[in-house]
Design a protein around this ligand. Structure first.
Ligand code: GDP
Length: 417
């Protein structure tokens, strides 16, 4: 029952999915949880039924989608390397601005979901600005590519015009609206179509003839952008040589983490097209906990101290959401920034000046919860047993220097599931 995660820190992606209401955040999240394989084994029942049953169940139980953080694993389609993805809930409604900001505080990167038939909408703009404020690197997902009026260029142009952002087109659609059937991966110059309605059967196909010219054009544009972040690419580019796939990914990743560019992916979550490649995009371009600056706090002397993401360093964790759970009672969702939080240990709540006991540690998955022995720097999860801790409080180790992390100001009531 108790397990250690064993994931290298560089394989972690702590992400949020930010969207205008109705853009498809819930659907996209459901698909992500589906493809990250934490649910029914496909093939047990009729495939189409498996998704629907599961989603019905989830809706009824309301556990996962509304959990403050859900933990999933994703094996990159190309490299085969398994990554740990924590999805932090970011409310889409503008009334929850404070909640959005609070979640922004604990995530390292985000997927901005846009309705491709609408482009950037007013609320997407609000969330975008909040992500800017908290310095959250983003990739964009133009969803609903199957819908009448869906247009990738509407999303790309409105990102430029309304958000003043520099989008980088990573994919081109094959077909449009109700004939949308696949995706051209610009960087890898490969094309994919989907063999079944579940999207589990991705087929690599030839780039369709009518898209070859556009695919080549956007490859050049992408290389030009990548060259800004890698001198080697620039040299190869000037000499008419082709940079490697790894070089291009590394350079685009650098620009994305610097928040200077925003890679754009596309698909239809509802029609199960594109979500897996979007997950590859999360792994390729969004930061790991090692790629973000160390968290800062203040000690008793009022000095600013930094806590880099090191599992063997002093413990520094932040509570970001309290939920009442019908089975285990009060759940305190936390992010561990530094050190390792162990089940059964005592911690100091430095915001309150109180000692607290960590009775159990949990991680929420798509369809089950898992008890874990420890949460290391970079990880998120829920603590059972904390009595005094509220949103925004700092936890440090029993014997550690009592620092208080830069806090989230507004306290939050307990929400019943
Ligand atoms: P949220 O408010 O952002 O969480 O959006 P939902 O995921 O609840 O989706 C809003 C509506 O858009 C629902 O009716 C979905 O069925 C629909 N929807 C979501 N993704 C797609 C898509 O890719 N294509 C189409 N046509 N509809 C979609």
């Amino acid at each position: 029952m108790s397990v250690k995660t064993g994931f290298d820190l560089k394989l972690f992606r702590n992400i949020g999915i930010a969207a205008h209401i109705d853009a498809g955040k819930t659907t996209t999240t459901e698909r992500i949880l589906y493809y990250t394989g934490r649910i029914h084994k496909i093939g047990e029942v009729h495939e189409g039924a498996a998704t629907m049953d599961w989603m019905e169940q989830e809706r009824e139980r309301g556990i996962t989608i509304t959990a403050a953080v859900t933990t999933a694993n994703w094996k990159h389609t190309k490299t085969g390397v398994e990554h740990r993805i924590n999805i932090i809930d970011t409310p889409g409604h503008v009334d929850f601005t404070i909640e959005v900001e609070r979640s922004m505080r604990v995530l390292d990167g985000a997927i901005a979901v846009f309705d491709a038939s609408q482009g950037v909408e007013p609320q997407s703009e609000t969330v975008w600005r909040q992500a800017d404020k908290y310095r959250v690197p983003r990739i964009a997902y133009a969803n609903k590519m199957d819908k009448t009026g869906a247009d990738l260029w509407l999303v790309v142009n409105s990102m430029k015009e309304r958000l003043g952002a520099k989008p980088v087109v990573m994919q081109l659609p094959i077909g449009r609206e109700d004939t949308f059937r696949g995706i051209v991966d610009v960087l890898r110059q490969k094309a994919y179509t989907y063999g079944n309605d579940l999207g589990t059967d991705i087929r690599e196909v030839e780039i369709p003839d009518e898209l070859k010219e556009q695919a080549a054009e956007y490859y050049e544009k992408l290389v030009e952008v990548a060259a800004d972040y890698d001198e080697n690419i620039m040299m190869k580019f000037l000499e008419g040589e082709k940079p490697t796939e790894e070089e291009l990914v590394r350079a685009i990743r650098k620009g994305t983490i610097a928040m200077e560019i925003f890679p754009v992916f596309l698909g239809s979550a509802l029609k199960n097209k594109g979500v897996q490649l979007l997950l590859d995009g999360v792994v390729d371009y969004l930061p790991s906990p090692l790629d973000i600056p160390p968290i800062r706090g203040t000690n008793d002397a009022g000095e600013v101290v930094e806590r880099p993401a090191d599992p063997s360093g002093p413990l520094a964790a932040l509570a970001f959401k309290i939920m009442a759970d019908p089975y285990v009672g009060r759940l305190t969702f936390i992010r561990v920034y530094s050190g390792t939080l162990r089940s059964g240990s005592y911690v100091q709540n430095t915001t309150k000046g109180k000692k607290e006991r960590v009775a159990r540690l949990l991680q929420m998955h798509a369809n089950h919860r898992e008890e874990v022995e420890e949460l290391r720097a970079g990880e998120l999860g829920a603590v059972v047993g904390l009595k005094e801790t509220i949103t925004g409080d700092t936890l440090v180790g029993e014997g550690d220097e009592p620092i208080v992390l830069e806090s989230i100001e507004v306290p939050e009531p307990v929400i019943d599931l």
